[in-house]
Structure formats: C-alpha cells, structure tokens
Design a protein around this ligand. Structure first.
Ligand code: FAD
Length: 401
C-alpha cells in the first residue's frame, strides 16, 4: 500500500490546530492538516483573546488582523444582577507588562480562517478539508494514519501526529486516554443580537459576568453583535430551548421593557470540566480541547489551547531537527497538564460558583466582599489581573521542569 510521507500530521483546523500548523510551517516543517469539515467551523464559541495570547500570535503575524477585526476591551465587569452593583477591572493597569493591555473580542473563526489561508501559501504545508482522521497506529519511528476523504481512504505516515481535533477527539479516544472530570447538568444557550444591549442596560462593559442565583448571564460585545450566554434547564428539548418563546422570555427578563429583540444565532452547548490523563503517548500528542475542556467563564479554553501549541512548538522544533527523543515531549505534558489543573480548571470552576451562587447561603456576598477587597488593594488587584490575563499560568508552566 502506498503511504504518503510527511513530518507532522495535525488532526483539526480549529484555532489550535491552525496555530500549531503555522508555527511548524514557518520553520520549514513538512506538515499536513486534516480537517473533517468542509471549512473551518464558523460557530459561536471563543471571542476573547487575552494579552499574552496576542503577544504569542504576533510571532505568526496574525495579531494585527485580530486588532483590526476585533474590539479592544480593556475593562470587564463582575455584576450583581439583582442589585445592579458591579466591580470593574481594567487591564490598562498592565500596560507596563504588555503592549496589549486589553482583551480583543473577536470570533475565533476569524483566526482559524485567516491562518488556513496563510497555510495555503507555504509549499511545505497542506491543509485538507473534508479529510477525517479515522485511525492510526504508531511504532518506534512514526505513525501510520488512515484518513477518510470524499474519494476513499488515504494513508499517510508521519514522524508525529498532533490531535487538535476538539472535545470529541478521535485521537484521544484511539489512544484510550481517560478524560476525567464532569459535565454540568444545565446546557448553555448562546444568543447573538445586533440590538445594542447597552442602550437597555446603561453602563455595560464590553465583557460582563452577571451573577444571579436564578439566571446568571455573560454579556459580551464583539464588533457587530452582542452575545448573551445563559444556563438552561437541561431537561428541556432543543426545540424548546431555541424557541422564540424562550428567547423572548430571556430578553424580557434582561431588558425589563418587553422589547422584542431579534437574534442572529441561537446555539446550545453542553459544557464540561475534563482533563486528559496524559497529553502525550510516544509520537502522538494532544493539544487544545482534545486535551482539556472547561466552562467559558473567563475565556480560557481557546487561549490555553494556543498556549499548548506554543509550548509544544518549543519542544518539537529541536526534536524534529535532531530526530533524537530527548524527553521534551514529556516536559510539554508535565507543564501543560499541571497548569490545566492548577489554573484553568480551578479558575473556571471558581468563576462558575461565583456567578451562580445563591444569595441565601451568604456565599455570594462573601465572594463579592472578597472581590471588592481585591479591587481596593493595589497589590492584590495587580495579582488578580495577572492571573485573569493568564500570565500567572504561563509563568507557572515555565517553572516546571
Ligand atoms: C459558548 C462558548 C464560548 C467560549 N468562549 C471562549 C472564549 O471567549 N475564550 C476562549 O479562550 N475559549 C472560549 N471557548 C472555548 C473555545 O471555543 C475552545 O476551547 C476552542 O474552540 C478549542 O479549539 P480547538 O482548535 O482545540 O478545537 P475546535 O475548535 O473544536 O476544533 C477542532 C477541529 O477538529 C475537527 N475535527 C474533529 N474530528 C476530526 C477528525 N477525526 N479528523 C479531522 N478533523 C477533525 C473539527 O471539525 C474542528 O474543526 C468557548 C466555548 C464555548 C462553547
């Protein structure tokens, strides 16, 4: 059987797979990206790019596009829905740390799409849509990969296979790696609208986490739309959850004025907190959502996947050049898995508890007082901003050897 050869195969042309492929293509690595879909997915998922991610993406020349297409959001709010009180945090305070002291609010597909276009320009990179990785087998010197295409089954052999194939990763499943954690009972409904929500709710920041024991909300601005994320009753069926009735009730409670708000998208998500037991198995490596999943409160999922890609690139570059295993992939596993547990999982679970905690228990008020204390203390506020902007997790990963 004829097998096409290349150095690296990446399964998945989401934001993480396309970043990884571009890093490798730029140094001349022969890379093939397999994407099951007909194009990069255009769904309503990540919209927040944190400062260190923008700095990293500068290395592959894509940050100017994000600055151009996205919305600069230095300020974000933790809001209390019942009282209307809010605590404001301002990333401008980190202007001595970064040239990007703000979040960029921009839909993730702009990143994948632009990088996919860029990959077409490299002779040593090949991005193949409508190509689904089916299975693989590895030995001491490489990985044999079976791919389903519209014309039949293709066979490739690569030195390394990178699974950037998202939450339901076939690469992770094929390796038999456990994906421990839990799934939230409620499903999350994401609505987008061209209606200016700030006209109904004056003083909104571009990013707002609104806590409420009955119905918490995330209200996010992207350049042309507002996005509203709400929890829904997990027992209702999809049609009910996406119905006009449901949408009208949500906006009615939100604006309080009975205004009929039209939506552009209504998307339901099942949300998980899960981490793969291992990110590396010899010549096969997991990055992004294939390795870890978390709730979207804080905007860490895609950002941490991009951080995986940059970390792995550092380890893979010398390995591809020398061809000699040197323990660096194991270091990738230790560094990125550790911060996934100690930062991304911990912080997102904490953010969820805060946004949904009931007022009766007093837990919410205690947390609110703690946030106010952080806000009022210069040292603690800076530490908090460094943590939420993900600098702390990157420093922590660097310290692991
Ligand atoms: C509502 C919501 C809001 C979010 N907001 C944020 C945010 O603001 N900031 C943030 O950082 N994160 C956010 N996230 C998380 C973020 O969307 C994900 O972490 C991110 O998409 C992960 O990127 P990825 O490339 O690893 O996986 P994906 O984006 O899932 O891409 C995987 C790709 O692999 C392809 N694929 C799958 N199987 C195969 C196969 N067998 N062969 C070939 N291709 C395959 C898929 O078609 C897909 O294109 C949010 C998530 C949700 C649900």
């Amino acid at each position: 059987m004829k097998r096409e050869r290349c150095q690296v195969v990446i399964a998945g042309a989401g934001p993480v797979g396309t970043v990884m492929a571009t890093l490798l293509a730029q140094i001349g690595v022969d890379v093939v990206v397999l994407e099951a879909g007909a194009d990069c997915a255009q769904d309503l998922r990540a919209s927040t790019f944190h400062p260190p991610t923008l700095e990293m993406l500068d290395q592959i020349g894509i940050t100017p596009m994000l600055l151009d297409r996205g919305l600069k959001a230095p300020v974000y709010h933790w809001r209390d829905r019942q009282s209307g009180d809010f605590i404001e945090f301002d990333l401008s305070e980190l202007s001595d740390v970064t040239r990007y002291p703000f979040r960029i609010q921009c839909e993730q597909y702009h990143l994948s799409r632009a990088l996919a276009d860029g990959l077409e320009k490299f002779d040593n990179a090949d991005i193949r849509f409508g190509n689904r990785l089916l299975s693989f087998e590895q030995d001491d010197s490489g990985v044999d990969i079976e791919v389903e295409t519209a014309l039949g089954i293709d066979h490739l052999r690569a030195d390394y296979l990178i699974g950037a194939d998202g939450a339901n990763s076939i690469v992770r499943k094929w390796l038999g790696i456990e994906f421990d954690g839990f799934t939230y009972a409620e499903r999350f409904l994401c609505l987008s609208t061209e209606e200016d929500l700030a006209a109904h709710l004056p003083g909104l920041a571009p990013v707002n986490y609104v806590s409420d024991p009955e119905e918490w909300l995330v209200l996010l601005r992207v350049p042309s739309l507002w996005r509203v994320l709400v929890p829904t009753d997990g027992t209702l069926d999809d049609d009910e959850l996406r119905s006009d009735k449901m949408k009208n009730e949500i906006f009615d409670r939100l604006t309080g004025n009975g205004a009929v708000v039209e939506t552009r998208h209504r998307t339901l998500y099942r949300v998980h907190q899960r981490v793969a037991k291992s990110f590396v198995e010899n010549r096969v490596i997991l990055i992004g959502d294939s390795a870890h999943l978390n709730n979207p409160l804080g905007g860490f999922g895609m950002n941490s996947g991009v951080h995986d890609a940059f970390n792995l690139f550092e380890k893979l570059e010398p390995l591809l050049k020398s061809g000699k295993p040197n323990g660096s992939l194991e270091l990738y596993d230790r560094q990125r898995r550790k911060v996934t547990h100690s930062f991304t999982q911990t912080q997102t679970i904490e953010n969820m508890k805060f946004i949904q905690s009931g007022h009766e228990s007093g837990a919410h008020e205690r947390k609110r007082q703690e946030m106010l204390a952080i806000k009022q203390d210069d040292v603690r506020r800076r530490e908090y901003l460094m943590r939420q902007a993900m600098y702390e997790s990157l420093a922590q990963a660097e310290s692991i050897n």
